[in-house]
Design a protein around this ligand. Structure first.
Ligand SMILES: CC(C)(COP(=O)(O)OP(=O)(O)OC[C@H]1O[C@@H](n2cnc3c(N)ncnc32)[C@H](O)[C@@H]1OP(=O)(O)O)[C@@H](O)C(=O)NCCC(=O)NCCS
Length: 187
């Protein structure tokens, strides 16, 4: 008996490898980041035109320990030789806020959306953050209309604690709100 055909939206989960970013990955990281900034101006605070002018080496700040220790890590998702996703976690060294980490630069290549890669990147990051004794809280901000990202963050336990009206102004004149979300790492 033949097996039933998969539904139209079905696609196999990509067999992704997730690992920390190294110096040799910086050019690929810039390539993915620039493409995502160009395609999703509403999702990011950085703008494509400015970031395009940065060289790949400037993203050393996103390696573990980069930017004077502010960057905890950047995780990359690879499918074969192709970089398809990234997420970065940062924190400040100042004593009163060193228990707070921030998630930034979350992205998955468009053709692989909805297949669980974002969830894998975020889950792996939260596992790493839970292993850092000093950390207690993780925050992020997300454009209020970004349903896919908000759904993902909520599934991983983040809750909205506020909204910043008019947080970003796009080149086309749109003004968008950002939701501020947080997660207690050990509750
Ligand atoms: C947000 C993003 C990283 C999610 O990555 P992803 O690999 O698609 O995430 P997942 O496959 O793990 O899916 C997360 C959830 O969103 C849903 N989803 C995915 N794409 C969606 C879409 N276009 N519309 C609505 N929901 C969507 C998934 O079904 C899933 O929901 P579930 O947990 O109920 O199954 C990705 O969409 C992306 O890179 N978007 C552009 C950049 C961006 O918005 N970055 C976030 C900045 S804060």
């Amino acid at each position: 008996m033949s097996s039933p055909a998969p539904p139209a939206a079905w696609s196999p989960k990509p067999d992704a490898q997730i690992r920390p970013m190294h110096t040799a990955d910086l050019a690929a990281y810039k390539g993915l980041r620039d493409a995502m900034l160009a395609r999703h101006p509403e999702a990011f605070t950085s703008d494509y035109e400015t970031e395009l002018l940065r060289d790949a080496d400037s993203y050393r700040s996103r390696l573990s320990g980069g930017n004077g220790g502010h960057c905890l890590f950047t995780l990359l998702a690879w499918v074969g030789p192709e970089l398809v996703g990234a997420i970065s976690c940062e924190h400040e060294a100042r004593l009163k806020v060193r228990h707070v980490a921030h998630i930034v630069g979350m992205m998955v290549r468009d053709d692989l959306h909805g297949q669980g890669l974002g969830h894998q990147l975020l889950s792996r990051s939260l596992t790493l953050l839970r292993g850092e004794a000093v950390l207690e809280l993780v925050t992020l901000s997300v454009t209020s209309s970004n349903t896919a990202a908000i759904k993902l963050y909520e599934r991983c336990g983040f809750q909205r604690h506020g909204r910043l009206p008019g947080a970003i102004r796009l080149a086309d004149g749109r003004i968008l709100d950002k939701d501020l979300m947080s997660l207690r790492l050990h509750s």
